[in-house]
Every structure is written in C-alpha cells, then in structure tokens.
Design a protein around this ligand. Structure first.
Ligand code: SAH
Length: 231
C-alpha cells in the first residue's frame, strides 16, 4: 500500500510541476532564443509573447511547428508571421495599457491577441471573409473580448473607431494608405511593410510628430501582399 501513497505524492508533484499547457516550454524557449536573444526587450511585449498560445492559432496539422522560427500557412494562401517579426512589430508600436490599436490583416488573429494582452482595445480588419470569421470565433473562444474583427478592405481603416494610438499592418502594401495616416493620433506610430508583392519589402515606421508625418525605413521583411478586393 505504501507505494500507492508515494505514487500519489509523485503524481501531485508532477501535476504541480506540469506546465499550464504542453507547449509552455517551447513557448518560453521561443521567446528566449528567437526573440530576446535578437534584441527585443520591451517587457510587455515579451510577457504577451510568453502568454499567447500560438499553437491555438495555426491549423492542427502545424501545431507541432507552432513555436518554430518562421511563418506558417493558415490557408487561403496566407501566413501567420514569424514569432520574431510579431514581437518586433509589437515592440515598435510601443503598446501600453489604455491604447487603442488598429491592425490591418487579422489572418489567424495571433498578432491581435498579442496586442490585446497589452492594450485596451484592438480593432482588426481582414479582407478574406473565411479567415476573418475564423479569427473572430477563435478570439472569442479564447476570451479576447477587447478584439473587434471586421471583414473588409483595410485600406480605408476603421474610421468610426479612430483615431488610433498605433496602427500595425501585416500585409505588404505598395505605398502607405493615406486613410491610415489620417486615422493615426498625433504622437501615434504606424508599423507597415512597404514594397512590391512577392519581393523583399521594407518595414517602415510612420510617426506623427507635431502635425508632420515622419517615415523611417527599418529593415527588410517579407509579407504576403496587401490586396484590394475581397475573395
Ligand atoms: N496578422 C496575421 C498575419 C496575417 S497575414 C496573424 O497574426 O496571423 C496578412 C493578412 O492580411 C492575410 O490574412 C490577408 O488576407 C490580409 N490582407 C491582405 N490585404 C488586406 C486588406 N487590404 N485589408 C485587410 N486584410 C488584408
């Protein structure tokens, strides 16, 4: 009988030591090796990346690769961005509690969830109806009541809810859509990949300072194209 007692103790210890989800270790390794080691240092961003369960945002068949160092297909020819890029773009927005953020390109909803861990409200627009609906249901199920998904062309932004403290665009545009600049608050920041579709693009930071718009090229990136008609 004694062994049953020890087994019970062992099991309860194991339960205590068990990660909250089977991927927690992979996720903390992802943050450490792919993100912190490459220079992302904003604590709020790192905490959000450690918390959001990326494996719940990828198709089942890719779950095992959810914490690997690259983008993954999410259907409809679209991808969930590489974790490092998500972290960089989040950090570049300088997100804070109280912020209202607009995202163009909901995709899986992962980037929106990362932002929603930090800021008050996230408004996100997806042009592919099926993806938008899937992301909306997923975010609701995961309890992200502060993420609002709209299906449509993000080129025009979401004017009724603006202006925004930050805008993040996760598809590569040939130029910066003027309606988005207009919907950015004074002092706000927009992060957007700009360049030709299917080639290497440049991640740009747009800042509204003292009534002027300042644009800075940051580093080369590769995103799926910003499209202009629904499908
Ligand atoms: N942020 C996403 C990555 C999505 S990939 C994530 O975390 O998973 C880019 C997404 O932008 C795709 O889903 C694509 O359909 C969408 N997209 C492309 N052009 C768009 C547009 N004009 N308006 C809104 N979404 C757009």
């Amino acid at each position: 009988m004694k062994w049953i007692g020890s087994l019970a103790i062992m099991l309860s210890l194991a339960a205590k030591g068990l990660p909250q989800d089977a991927y927690q270790k992979s996720r903390s390794d992802m943050v450490k090796y792919q993100i912190e080691n490459r220079g992302v240092s904003d604590e709020a961003t790192l905490a959000a990346m450690r918390k959001v369960e990326r494996h719940l945002f990828v198709p089942d068949s890719y779950r095992g690769q959810a914490y690997s160092d690259g983008p993954l297909p999410i259907g409809y020819g679209q991808t969930i961005s590489q974790p490092y890029i998500v972290a960089c773009m989040t950090e570049l927005c300088e997100p804070k509690a109280g912020f209202k953020v607009l995202e163009i390109g909901t995709g899986s909803g992962y980037q929106a969830a990362v932002l929603a861990e930090i800021v008050d409200e996230v408004y996100t627009i997806e042009i592919v109806k099926a993806l938008g609906e899937q992301a909306r249901a997923r975010l609701k199920k995961l309890g992200y009541g502060n993420v609002h998904v709209r299906i449509g062309d993000g080129y025009y932004g979401w004017e009724e809810q603006g202006p925004y403290d930050a805008i993040i665009v996760t598809a590569a545009a040939e130029y910066i859509p003027p309606p988005l600049v207009k919907q950015l608050k004074a002092g706000g920041r927009m992060v957007i990949p700009v360049g030709s579709p299917f080639l290497v693009q440049t991640l740009m930071l747009v800042e509204k300072v003292g009534g002027r718009t300042k644009t800075k090229s940051l580093f080369p990136v590769r995103f799926v194209p910003f499209t202009r008609s629904g499908n």
